[in-house]
Design a protein. Sequence first.
Lengths: 186, 169
Amino acid sequence: MKKVLVPLSVVPLLLLLAYGFWTDPRNVPSPLIAKPAPPFALTLFDGEHLKLEGLRGKVVVVNFWASWCFPACYEEAPVLEAAWRAYKDKDVVVVGVNVQDTEKAAKEFMDRFQFTFPNGPDPGGKISIDYGVYGIPETFVLDKAGRIAYKHVGAVTAGVLSAQLESLLQQAPRASDSKGGHDRGS
Amino acid sequence: MTVGRRKWEVEQRRPSRTRRRGAIHLGMLMLVMSVVFPLGAASLEKQVQQIATELRCPVCQGLSVADSPSQMANQMRDLIRERLEAGESPEAVKAYFVERYGEWILLAPKKEGFNLLVWLFPFLGLAGGAVGLLVVLKRWRQRPATTGRASVDPAYLEKVRREMAQDQS
């Protein structure tokens, strides 16, 4: 009896502990994957306006960044700019959403990395909360139908980004999905 | 006897009358208060606070949105207030955050499905412990009863009996 009882109570406990220690508590799976991307309108730093709905039919990279996010945002900034320059003529748009930052610091950051892709602030954090952002930087890749195909937490690398873009560019947008867009709050 | 009872009833009625008057006073006071201080603002803030205590601050370690001074938590509280003001129910506001962040955003897991284990395990453990304790106690009580008699050497017992018989004669 005792020979069975002790392992029977200890082993499941050890397994539970092992599972707990092996999983990364910072890795939170997003419930938004494969769902229509929440729509947003951005007032860019250069005064222009950008609406996500206007980019339907293109593959969109939405990057949440901040000038205080060091080193991850500094690592990925050249990658994003390079991806924008390489893919902007192939139906890809890179959009930067600047989070919890000051305009001055954000503009200095953009100058430093010579950003040419559209960037704008997220006043009140509404866009980031809508996208379930819990850490900066986070990068979402949207397919041509406007659904979130991929989410990357932390500095995105050139390899990951180009692999995602290539595979999404090969997909033809399906007419039935092109409605998309999440009506928030309605 | 009946007189005494009636007296008692009269005494009983008296405080209830003053109580009623007190209730009217309190009601009037509340009416005046609700005109002077807009009650809505206070209860809205209470609701915001209540929802915020149930949500995890995404950029913190094990802190609720209500307890965190971070900018993110501030923005989330503003958003909760905004949504409540727009007429959303507290449940709908929480559902919005769950939709965006997953159930992870709730500090207490929902009492359903697999999560029920978390709520049941403490009680199961307590019940298991109680059963174990009973079993052990039962064994302890049985042990002295069985071992007490058997441990006397029959030869020694025989010797005692013989000597006692000698004493009596």
